[in-house]
Every structure is written in structure tokens, then in C-alpha cells.
Design a protein around this ligand. Structure first.
Ligand code: PLP
Length: 451
């Protein structure tokens, strides 16, 4: 490994990082991670921390999951690549398709289409939604609806349905025909509604209103995260997603669940939509499908959509989407090993229990720290604290203060993620009770640094 000076200098000189201002990366070099083991990572200075970020919501099984590493190494030896474009496929992609059905997908969702990651999965699902309506003779259904504060990756269609200006403004004009409705975000919403159930009803009414305004026969799909992740961990009231399903059914609109974060146990269930008892028409997955060890993703396709494509005799059902790495055998082998480990270790149950412990601990921290305006979680290992400079006005904390909390928490032994005025916690799902206590203790040290 190159020495720390070499790495810092060359990071600044040659490497533009995602979601970062190049000037910031030069002024304040990022943490350079050089090792990982279990739920811990080590930086270039040898400082070890519990990774309460879980890589990027994806390292569910930790940094040293041997069965996944072995599967990758064995597959590289046997068949390192073969295409799945029409005419060929590979044995591992076929086996994974069967396994996703056996272990993961709800009944009525037996098909999958492979991609290279979450943004690709979103792109494919949105494209397939338009194509579905075209096959059915409803070519006018081209628009998309989504939630403000939602995050759906950074391809142009995904950015167009994203509900956060940070990922949109500099790239506008984005795709026409994308419209957003308020998110069921109880802490801040345009209705000033603090009751989650009433807020869910107001957001559902806004959705129906927008559908009528646009014209139902112009809308292809509604896309949502079952629990909003990057937007600051926003779990809706349990009536929200079933309400969305009912409205989509009423108006012939497809429901796409973006489960890039929530799937594979993160939300305490195999998937977020299953958690809410909802069957989407398509489901976007990626991230933990390979535990973050290989770039890979998929779109799961419900029987209704599948039947339309498979029953098509006009030629309109031929799929014009695909990636060189769709169904990559090494990614597929990693995914098969991940599914087995996820099931064997029952990580969704651990996510549920440790998530409850983390959420309770964060609520206790809120009582002692006035800068914690809101605590969100309670559904698996997805939690956030929202920092404010004044609890009454809810004015967001400034960048410098949240930076100090982050730094002091890191020095106390825990890596967390800052997103706007939120601190997001999404540790590996194999984390134990003692490690959750470590996360809470380090965070209390971080908060104490600005008290
Ligand atoms: N959708 C959701 C809900 C996500 O959280 C993300 C990434 O965080 C994406 C899509 C994009 O995935 P990727 O970064 O793998 O392209």
C-alpha cells in the first residue's frame, strides 16, 4: 500500500469524488479507508472505527464475509465474464434468478432483469413502465410521479424523479413529464401536520389530486422508496404505501418500489414493501445484493407486467435496455452467496432488534441534547438524527457545527454519515448489541463536543 502522504496528495490531485465539491476535497482531504473487518473499518492512519454507515447502506454482512469472498474468487477462476444479451446467458445468472424467487421476491414477482447498480435499476424500471403501456396500446402514458425528498440515483431519468434539488439543479433541464408530491415527512411538511397518519392521508390526497390534474391516462408510473433513505430516513405511516397502491390501481398506474436500500433485511424485513404489506409492480434492487463487494443490481418484475411483455406478439415487447455487465457471473455468484448468508444468519431479525436498540438510544440522546430536533427510525437499521440550531424554529444546524459533531464522533471510534443537517446511521446488519452501544456512546461524545 502507498504511504499516507502519497494517498492524500493524489486523492486531491487526480480524483474527483461523487457528491463532493472538488475544491472541498482538496481543502479537507477525506478519510482514506484502507481496511475492513466485521463491522469495523481502518483508515490510513491506523484509526479503527465501527462503520455506522455500512459502506453506503450496502455492506449488510460486514467487511469480512468469507462465503461471499470465496464465491467471487471461485467464479473468477471458473468463468470471469459472459454476456447475457440475447443469444447467450450464463449458468450463475440463471441460478440467481431462481434463488431471488425462492428467497427474496414476494409471490407474483418471478422475473428479474439484471443491471450494474441502483441507478441502472431505476432507469430500467422507468423505461419498462413506459414500454408496458405502449404494448397495451396506451402510448400516451409517459409521465412519472414521485416523492419530494426521494432519491433514485443519478441517471437522467432517476435525477428527474429525484425530489432533492441538490441532485437536480446543476443538471437541468431534466426529463420533462416528471412531477413530485409532498413526502410524508412529519417533522417538516407543507401542511404543518404533525400526526403521521393524518399526514399520510394528506399526501395521498395530493397524489390523487396531481393524477387528476395531469390526466390519469398520461401517467406511466409512480416510484417511491418504501422508507426514504438518502432524504434523511423518512418512514411513512403504515397506511401510506398501501394507500399509494390503491390509488395506482384505481388509475392504471404502475407502482415501482425503489428498494435499493430497503431490501435484503435493512428495513427489518426482506423488503420495505413487504414490511408495509404492499405488492409493487416492479422493484429496484442493488447495493446489499452483493454486500457491496461487486457492482450489481436488478429489477424484479411482477406477473402483471411480465404477462404483458411475454404475451406480446406485436414486437413492441422486445427489451431495448441492457448493460454489458447485466447478469455478470461474478456479481451473480456474490449475490447467491449473499442470499444464503442473509438467510442463514437471519440478519433481518437482527436488523429489527438492533434497530430498535439504536432508535431507543437515539431518542434518549435527544432528551439530553437540544440540537437533536428529530429522531427517525424504528424500522430495521435505518436511523437518522436531524440537527437544528433552535428546536422551536427548527432552523437547521450550520455546516461547521455538524462537521464538528462528525469529526468528534469519528475520533471517538464511530463513522457516521452527514447528509445536509442529518446524521444517518445504517450499520452492517450483523452488528451486535455492544457495538450499538459503542455507536451511541461515540455519538454522545460527538454531540458533547458542540454542547
Ligand atoms: N435508489 C436509491 C433508493 C438509492 O438509495 C440509491 C443509492 O443510494 C440509488 C437508487 C442509486 O444506486 P447506485 O448508487 O448504486 O447507482
Amino acid at each position: 500500500m502507498k504511504d499516507d502522504n502519497f494517498l492524500r496528495e493524489n486523492n486531491a490531485r487526480h480524483f474527483w469524488q461523487p457528491m463532493a465539491h472538488p475544491a472541498d476535497s482538496i481543502a479537507k482531504p477525506p478519510v482514506i479507508v484502507t481496511g475492513g473487518n466485521g463491522v469495523r473499518i481502518r483508515d490510513v492512519d491506523g484509526h479503527e472505527t465501527v462503520d455506522a454507515v455500512g459502506g453506503l447502506w450496502n455492506v449488510n454482512l460486514g467487511f469480512s464475509c468469507q462465503p461471499v469472498k470465496d464465491a467471487i474468487a471461485e467464479q473468477l477462476d471458473r468463468l470471469p465474464y459472459y454476456s447475457t444479451f440475447r443469444g447467450t446467458t450464463n449458468d450463475v445468472a440463471v441460478e440467481l434468478s431462481w434463488m431471488l424467487r425462492e428467497f427474496f421476491a414476494p409471490d407474483g414477482m418471478a422475473r428479474c432483469f439484471y443491471t450494474s447498480g441502483g441507478s441502472d435499476s431505476v432507469e430500467v424500471a422507468l423505461r419498462l413502465a413506459r414500454q408496458y403501456h405502449k404494448i397495451r396500446g396506451e402510448a400516451g402514458r409517459t409521465k412519472y410521479l414521485s416523492l419530494k425528498k426521494g432519491y433514485h440515483g443519478t441517471h437522467t431519468l432517476g435525477a428527474s424523479v429525484n425530489g432533492n434539488a441538490n441532485f437536480r439543479t446543476q443538471y437541468e433541464p431534466l426529463m420533462p413529464g416528471c412531477f413530485h408530491i409532498p413526502a410524508p415527512y412529519t417533522y417538516r411538511n407543507p401542511f404543518d401536520e404533525t400526526d403521521p397518519e393524518r399526514l399520510a392521508q394528506l399526501c395521498l390526497a395530493a397524489l390523487e389530486d396531481e393524477i387528476k390534474f395531469q390526466g390519469a391516462d398520461t401517467i406511466a408510473a409512480f416510484i417511491m422508496e418504501p422508507i426514504l433513505g438518502a432524504g434523511g430516513v423518512i418512514p411513512p405511516h403504515k397506511s401510506f404505501m398501501p394507500g399509494v397502491r390503491a390509488i395506482c390501481d384505481k388509475y392504471g398506474i404502475l407502482l415501482i418500489a425503489d428498494e435499493v436500500i430497503t431490501a435484503f433485511g435493512r428495513s427489518g424485513s426482506w423488503s420495505g414493501s413487504r414490511h408495509w404489506g404492499v405488492q409493487p409492480d416492479m422493484m429496484c434492487i442493488a447495493k446489499a445484493i452483493t454486500n457491496g463487494y461487486f457492482p450489481f443490481g436488478a429489477v424484479m418484475i411482477g406477473d402483471g407486467v411480465a404477462g404483458t411483455f411475454e404475451g406480446d406478439t406485436s414486437g413492441r415487447g422486445a427489451i431495448g435496455s441492457g448493460y454489458t455487465y447485466s447478469g455478470h457471473p461474478v456479481g451473480a455468484a456474490a449475490a447467491i452467496a449473499c442470499l444464503k448468508e442473509t438467510e442463514r444468519l437471519q440478519v433481518k431479525d437482527n436488523a429489527r432488534d438492533r434497530g430498535a436498540q439504536l432508535f431507543a438510544g437515539l431518542l434518549a440522546l435527544q432528551e439530553k441534547n437540544a440540537i437533536i430536533g428529530d429522531v427517525r427510525g424504528g424500522h430495521g437499521l435505518m436511523c437518522a438524527i436531524e440537527l437544528v440550531s433552535d428546536r422551536d424554529t427548527k432552523a437547521p444546524i450550520d455546516k461547521g457545527t455538524i462537521g464538528k459533531v462528525y469529526q468528534a464522533t469519528y475520533e471517538a471510534g464511530v463513522m457516521v454519515r452527514v447528509s445536509g443537517n442529518n446524521m444517518i446511521l445504517s450499520p452492517p446488519l450483523i452488528i451486535d448489541a455492544g457495538e450499538i452501544d459503542t455507536v451511541l456512546w461515540a455519538l454522545s461524545e460527538g454531540l458533547a463536543a458542540v454542547a
